[in-house]
Write a protein that binds this ligand. Sequence first.
Ligand SMILES: [Zn+2]
Length: 282
Amino acid sequence: MDRWKIIVLVILSFMSVLIWRAVFAQSDGQLKVVILNVGQGDAIFIETPTGTQVLIDGGAGSRVLGELAGVMSFYDRSIDIVIATHTDADHIGGLAEVLQRYDVATVIENGMTADTAIWREFDGLIDDEGSVRHTAIAGQSLALGGGARLDILGPAKGERDELTSKANDVMIVSRLVYGQSEVLFTGDIERDDEVRLALSGTNIQSDMLKVAHHGSKNSSTNLFMDRVRPAIAVISVGENNRYGHPHKEAIDRIVKTGARILRTDIDGRACFSSNGFIWSEC
Ligand SMILES: [Zn+2]
């Protein structure tokens, strides 16, 4: 064999190792949940045991792209489902960047429009992308493959139609369930939504909680925390943000539950995987 044939062979076998590693990485029966570190904002990446990828919110700017590069294969250019919990810039700003970089099959929205440049850009990019658009309502459930499902707990029926509702009050709240493992994603809900959820009769108990509204003082109410009873509470928040998030009162209420608290501004990206029974850090 001449030298070039050997070089080509080495490159091919190296590539096949990479491909098989990626295949096995996705078929180990693990559900992966990563609260990305996007500064002040939210972005959560989910990968199910069958490889379905979901992104809930995208933070404010392009920072989400670097975070996704850290948790996705370098050749992966598609995301199955993008969920915009609401229309605020610290949630959909980065999703505009994601729509430009990745093929996105489905976008799930709160069904509201907003009179902002970033919302118009986001809206236009979804249409350009040709993604299927879906409006979330409590009671829906998305099968994500491998037995994982995402139950939609909010917005409640009729909430969108109330004259008083502002675009950023209508929030997609969802609960990921895989075997005996659950994660609750709250967006920026505050006291009213927390009380409604706590009293709705729906099971909201969850192993892991994406703490509501970056740890604002009107969120993480005692009643709500009592019903969720998380073992792990992750606060997605930017360093020295101008809102003073997370608020001390909220942290004190979370501490009372005995949950382990992680903060993206201090601990960085929070990565957990579950086999349906036990969570491990990844
Ligand atoms: Zn927010």
